[in-house]
Design a protein around this ligand. Structure first.
Ligand code: DAH
Length: 357
């Protein structure tokens, strides 16, 4: 019995995990374990022998059981200690690095513009950047022979021979979204559409891809006066100045009648641009009363409805507000430029919180 005891207590002491411990338990005090076998021998003993061996075997069994229990607890403690060691965490460490990226000024300005027009009841409409020449031109009263098609330096999509789908272009302006949203919502309507447009042009103030925001308001009695007020409100909010002089210059666009281009009073002093003062004028947008043919193309009865529209260069007004001298830098993906001109990711522009922080 001493041998048995020594053997199992050593095994228990050496057991590395719970399953080893369980194997020892079965071999020692399980139903068919060595101690049980010994118990069976009690029957063949004399009563005197049995009186000694019985209690001794029970004591052995108890001893092994409590050694097993103690070892089991010790293993659990060790496992917990190990977890506490390996899962240790220094909660005083700084949290993650600030996000390294910034919001691109074009995205920021699109958000600012959207916030301002949203306040005036305009919702945001979208259209495809690859559109048919019908949406981009014909529906906007620019028929095939019209010089405006050539002026816009259009990128045409490649057409395979025998392809008889309508010709597609990279939209040259956001104006096709006027038609698409008229078709979608009918009248009355009030939408803006900020988005990318494309023209084959490249210099300090032109890039082959740039951004516009289209505006369209249609109702029973919309007039040029409403257009003027909306644009003045926009410019005041956007440039965060109270007094702005806007100059409406008579102009021509095929899709508006009458048409006006809008300049904003500004000054260039020492190479910096100030909006709202000085003797210079800077063109920022084209606008006018929607041409009856355009309303018709959008499925709206020009006898019943009328409206104004405008198209503004987002990149242009971003350059003006944030003092970016070269448009091409917007699209160079130069990280140093982006860090300098970009905006913090969580500063969402709102009218009450500030537009341009
Ligand atoms: N689509 C014109 C352009 O890209 C801008 C424009 C002018 C849009 C007058 C308008 C508008 O909606 O009424 O040059």
């Amino acid at each position: 019995m001493d041998d048995l005891k020594a053997k199992y207590l050593t095994q228990i002491a050496d057991a590395g995990d719970e399953s080893a411990l369980e194997a020892i338990r079965l071999a020692a005090v399980g139903k068919k374990g060595e101690v049980a076998l010994k118990m069976r021998e009690l029957g063949r003993m004399t009563p005197e022998e049995r009186q000694v061996a019985g209690p001794a075997l029970n004591a052995l069994k108890d001893e092994i059981n409590s050694a097993l229990a103690a070892k089991k607890a010790a293993l659990a403690d060790a496992a917990l200690d190990e977890r506490l060691r390996s899962e240790w965490l220094d909660v005083t460490l700084p949290t993650r690095h600030r996000p390294a990226g910034t919001i691109h000024p074009i995205s920021q300005v699109s958000e600012e513009v959207t916030a301002i027009f949203a306040e005036m009841g305009f919702s945001v409409a979208e259209g495809p950047r690859i559109d048919t020449d019908w949406y981009n031109f014909d529906a906007l009263n620019i028929p095939g022979h019209h010089p405006a098609r050539a002026e816009m330096d259009t990128f045409y999509m490649h057409r395979a021979e025998g392809d008889n789908r309508p010709p597609h272009v990279l939209r040259t302006h956001t104006s096709p979204v006027q038609i698409r949203s008229m078709e979608k919502t009918g009248a009355p309507t009030r939408i803006i559409c900020p988005g990318g447009v494309y023209r084959a042009d490249y210099d300090q103030t032109h890039t082959p891809m740039f951004h516009q925001v289209e505006g369209l308001a249609i109702d029973k009695d919309i007039s040029m006066a409403n257009l003027k007020w909306v644009l003045e409100e926009f410019v005041k909010s956007y440039f965060e100045v109270d007094g702005v002089d806007l100059r409406f210059r008579a102009s021509h666009f095929p899709f508006t009648e009458p048409s006006a281009e809008v300049d904003i009073r500004c000054s260039w002093e020492g190479g910096t641009l100030k909006v709202g003062e000085g003797d210079d004028w800077l063109e920022i947008l084209g606008s006018g009363m929607v041409h009856p043919k355009v309303l018709q193309a959008g499925g709206i009865d020009p006898e019943e409805w009328q409206g104004f529209a405008f198209g503004m260069g987002i990149d242009r007004i971003a350059m003006l507000k944030y003092g970016v001298p070269d448009l091409r830098a917007f699209f160079d993906s130069d990280l140093r430029w982006l860090r300098h001109y970009g905006f913090a990711a969580l500063d969402v522009p709102t009218l009450h919180g500030g537009l341009s922080r």
